[in-house]
Design a protein around this ligand. Sequence first.
Ligand code: LHQ
Length: 263
Amino acid sequence: MSEDVVLHERRGGFSVVTLNRPDRLNAFNEEQHHKLRAVLEDCASDETCRALVLTGAGRGFCAGQDLADRDPAMLGDTPDLGLTLETFYGPLVRRLRTMEKPVICAVNGVAAGAGANIALACDIVLAARSAKFIQAFSKIGLIPDAGGTWWLTRHLGEARAKALTLMAHPLPAEEAADWGLIWRAVDDDRLMDEALTLAAAFAKGPTRAYALTKEAIQAASSNDLDAQLGVEIRLQREAGRTEDYREGVAAFLQKRQPAFKGK
Ligand code: LHQ
């Protein structure tokens, strides 16, 4: 039997999810999509999982769509790539964005095409210094997808978004961090340690507040200030009713570390 195309390792309070088709730089075929979806659903419904690390096996993070799986020569006269986005990539991006716990992406190597944009859908993106982000789509006559047009334009503005996509310019991790596209570039041999340390810290944190914070920040991109102030009222009301808020304030007043339960 072939090895699992997505590995799921449960650690103390968080999960490490590894794309595992290293000989294809972890490019997505349908099996990998199905498996990843199942693993992410597991993590979403498991209360003991309070953070996730998404990474790739081998020397790459993810090279996007496995092109052998969507070879136009085999797709007939009217191929429908929109259907692939509707069925797989859209739901995957939404699943990451609505995951009610922090998702850390540890970009261990090249992230190309939809692989780059799946990384950018995660909440905290750490990348190995040697990694590159490549909007490879124009090289094969496609447009950026999996949220790429949205992230790039919002995070970088039109000038950089157009240059990266039209020229398929490989963006080194360090520059991606300097531009505000990702959180940090770290030395290659430190990447997993940093990602795991962060996940372990999140696993002891106020999980509901993290989820609500994530929701608020994501809503801000498309709201005006007035609407966003409304979002903050609604979500803070909810945060204020969590056990963790009680615990956080009690710990502060008693000058001790809080013991958050994620509730
Ligand atoms: C691959 C792939 C790959 C298959 C490397 N597929 N084998 C959505 C809707 C529906 C359809 C279309 O797509 C989409 C979204 C998309 O993601 S479109 C964009 C798809 N991705 C790309 O175009 C990137 C293609 N890959 C590359 O440009 C290079 O491989 C990069 C720049 C990522 C890495 O270059 P190298 O470090 O030089 O590695 P390599 O090219 O030698 O790749 C290693 C192996 O992985 C190689 O196989 P081989 O048998 O020769 O060792 C590649 O053929 C294979 N591989 N990407 N996407």
